[in-house]
Design a protein around this ligand. Structure first.
Ligand SMILES: [Zn+2]
Length: 488
């Protein structure tokens, strides 16, 4: 299935069991796909991996949305609808391809991953190795299974199996190059690799440097920052404040750990600083996982830009309308922090949708609240596209779903959410990121003679042949899968 309802783990948390609604949705999609595939004289698998399969999935999510709305989203009734997917009849393949397919948007994925299969982390970080082992797609035939998460698969999933234009490459929590699956120097290597495949032109992979200032004396981190910036390839810095030695995190406002790092980024002229906020991972220090400190430093450094990765979203938190009385969790915690520090919309705090959009899209009313709150409070110019690819396979189904998503006039009127116009979708997909990162959307990222762009139709044929499963989620789907990881 291109889009699995419910939770898919990235290896760092136990996904909750599929709900009765999730099971009903899957049964309905598979049942209807069977008949539609027969009529198109194709297999169910191939049907599901087409735009028609995505349209069918979204239509079923949509039809089942009111079930969720009736179960306790504050202020909603079973008849009110917040979000809808405007998709054509799944039997009309050309219409599905035209509505969900490449619209020529400038798409910047702020949040992507792969690993270096032969890095030192394979010896020095056994916990990370067992976590990432479970992200290897089933059926991976490489002698070393981690090769199925390497940079060639990354380039395939992002640039051949999706409409992504530019991607920011990041890493999982680590203490430095020795235990990092994606060290900064190798992220630069992937950026160069993609540029070589395209025979030059404009960089389509940007490298994010993950900093861990609480694992060594602060001077170590500051020296690393100096050296990386001197190399000229730092797209942004990123921190995991809830990660640290002995399970202890830190605050960005900590004068011994956080502030010197932010100050150095400022002094080095790297104006984009990101932090993972929300989405608790295993071994996270939850006392340092709220957006509060990031928003506080945004108020202290008005000439820098701060990006809240995951937008503060947390699983298990029902994302209704904003309520100051329940603003310690989820995206509400971000909004409350903005209010506390008097940061207006469209200022120097930005938010990013990696994993967040994937998690809420199968519940369109929750998706409407998440996007509606972020767009109206963080700002229509400050919400950034992100997918956490390639943990969930190619981001293409997530892209298609966003193309078709709408916030209903009812929720616009009731909660002050904006309409998801084509213009606003273009901002979220990439025009906002272009302003943040100084990218030129009109640059020739894929010139006609770019071999990478030229290969895309051939790869699409390969996918259509059924020989390659382009959209398969890589994360563990069940509690049993995750416990297998823990045993490792
Ligand atoms: Zn991530």
């Amino acid at each position: 299935m291109p889009l699995v309802p419910g939770e898919v783990s990235n290896g760092e948390f136990v996904p909750s069991l599929p709900s009765a609604r999730d099971r009903a949705i899957v049964a309905e999609i598979l049942n209807r796909a069977e008949g539609l595939a027969r009529r198109q004289a194709t297999s169910r698998r191939q049907f599901l991996q087409s735009a028609s399969g995505v349209a069918l999935s979204l239509a079923v999510f949509d039809a089942c949305a009111s079930d969720r709305a009736s179960k306790g989203v504050a202020g909603s009734s079973s008849t009110s609808r917040g979000g809808t997917f405007a998709v054509p009849d799944p039997a009309d393949a050309p219409a599905c391809a035209s509505v969900l397919g490449d619209g020529g948007e400038f798409i910047v994925d702020m949040h992507t991953h792969h690993v270096m299969p032969s890095g030192p982390w394979r010896q020095s970080a056994p916990g990370t190795v067992s976590m990432i082992r479970d992200l290897v797609p089933a059926g991976c035939a490489a002698p070393d299974e981690f090769e199925c998460l390497d940079r060639t698969h990354y380039v395939h999933d992002l640039f051949l199996a999706s409409d992504t234009t530019v991607a920011m490459l990041t890493d999982v929590p680590n203490s430095g190059p020795i235990d990092a699956p994606m060290p900064f120097a190798d992220a630069v290597g992937t950026s160069d690799f993609a540029l070589d495949l395209a025979h030059g032109g404009v960089h389509r992979v940007l490298s994010q440097s993950v900093l861990a200032p609480n694992f060594a004396p602060i001077g170590t981190t500051l020296d690393i920052m100096d050296a990386q910036v001197a190399g000229g390839r730092v797209g942004a810095f990123k921190a995991y404040t809830a990660w640290g030695p002995n399970g202890r995190g830190y605050d960005l406002t900590d004068p011994a750990v956080g502030l010197p790092m932010v100050q150095r980024a400022h002094d080095l002229g790297v104006k984009v600083f990101c932090a993972h906020k929300g989405l608790p991972l295993q071994r996270f220090d939850l006392s340092h996982n709220s957006p509060e400190d990031l928003v506080a430093v945004a108020a202290m450094f008005p000439d820098m830009q701060f990006v809240v990765f995951h937008s503060g979203f947390e699983r298990g938190v029902n994302e209704g309308p904003y309520d100051p009385a329940r603003a310690t969790r989820g995206t509400n915690s971000l909004i409350a922090a903005l209010d506390r520090h008097a940061i207006p919309p469209n200022a120097n705090v930005w938010c990013e949708l990696g994993t967040t959009w994937r998690e809420v899209l199968s519940s369109p009313d929750q998706a409407a609240h998440v996007l509606g709150k972020l767009l109206s409070r963080v700002g229509e110019d400050r919400v950034l596209w992100g997918t956490d690819a390639i943990w969930y396979g190619s981001p293409q189904p997530q892209i298609m779903a966003f193309r078709a998503f709408e916030i209903t006039p009812e929720y616009q009127a009731r909660y002050g959410y904006p309409a998801l116009t084509p213009e606003l979708k273009l901002k979220v997909f990439g025009l906002n990121a272009a302003r943040l990162l100084g990218l030129d959307p009109a640059a020739a990222y894929c010139a006609p003679d770019d071999p990478l762009a030229a290969a895309k139709p051939a790869v699409a044929d390969l996918h259509a042949s059924g020989m390659v499963d382009p959209w398969r989620a890589r994360g563990p789907l069940t509690r049993r899968d995750v416990f297998r990881v823990f045993r490792n």
